[in-house]
Design a protein around this ligand. Structure first.
Ligand code: HEM
Length: 149
C-alpha cells in the first residue's frame, strides 16, 4: 500500500506564497530607515533567492537545496547589532501578517530566526553595544562568541 507523505509547513505555504513573502520582505528591508544601509550595494535578487531556499529547507521542502553560505560566515562582515536583528525580525512579522501567512508557518519561521540569532550577531540584546560591534569589526570572520577571536 502506498502512503502519501505528511504535508510539511512548506506544502502548506506553497512556493508562490513563499516567493511573494520573501520578495516583499526584502523590498521593505532595503528601504528601511534603520537597517536599509546595511544592504547598500548588495544584490537584492541574490538575497531573495538564497532566503527562499533557506526558508524552504527549514519548512520541510524535500526538493530544494540551500546554495548560500553558512549564516555565521554570510554575516560576519556586516556590523549587525541586536537592534538591527530585532528590526529585521519585526519587518518579517509585519510581512507575514500582511500576507496572511498560516499561523503555524509564522510561528515556525519566527522561532527559527530567533534560534539563529547567535550566528548573526554577537550583540545579545537590543541595547546596541558598540564595543561588541567594534570588536567584531576588528576581527571579521571570528565567531562573535569566541573571546579569543
Ligand atoms: C535569522 C536571521 C537571518 C537570516 C535567516 C538571514 C539570511 C541570509 C541569507 C540566506 C543570506 C545570503 C547568504 C549568501 O549569499 O551566501 C544573507 C545575507 C545577508 N544578510 Fe542576512 N539573514 C538574517 C539576519 C540578518 C540581519 C539581522 C541583517 C541585518 C540587519 C542581515 C543582513 C544581511 C546582509 C547585509 C547580507 C549580505 C552579506 C554579503 O553578501 O556581504 N541578515 N542573509
Amino acid at each position: 500500500m502506498s502512503s502519501t507523505p505528511t504535508p510539511t509547513l512548506y506544502d502548506r505555504l506553497g512556493p508562490d506564497a513563499l516567493r511573494a513573502v520573501v520578495t516583499d520582505f526584502y523590498a521593505r528591508v532595503f528601504a528601511d530607515v534603520m537597517i536599509g544601509f546595511l544592504f547598500t550595494g548588495k544584490d537584492r535578487q541574490h538575497l531573495i533567492d538564497r532566503e527562499i531556499e533557506f526558508t524552504a529547507r527549514f519548512l520541510g521542502a524535500r526538493d530544494v537545496r540551500y546554495t548560500g553560505r553558512p549564516m555565521r560566515q554570510a554575516h560576519a562582515r556586516s556590523p549587525i547589532l541586536g537592534g538591527h536583528f530585532d528590526r529585521r525580525l519585526q519587518i518579517l512579522r509585519n510581512t507575514l501578517r500582511d500576507h496572511a501567512v498560516d499561523p503555524d508557518v509564522t510561528t515556525a519561521w519566527i522561532d527559527h530566526q530567533l534560534a539563529l540569532r547567535p550566528q548573526i550577531t554577537g550583540d545579545a540584546g537590543s541595547e546596541c553595544d558598540h564595543d561588541v560591534a567594534a570588536a567584531r569589526l576588528a576581527s571579521p570572520g571570528a565567531p562573535p562568541d569566541d573571546p579569543t577571536g
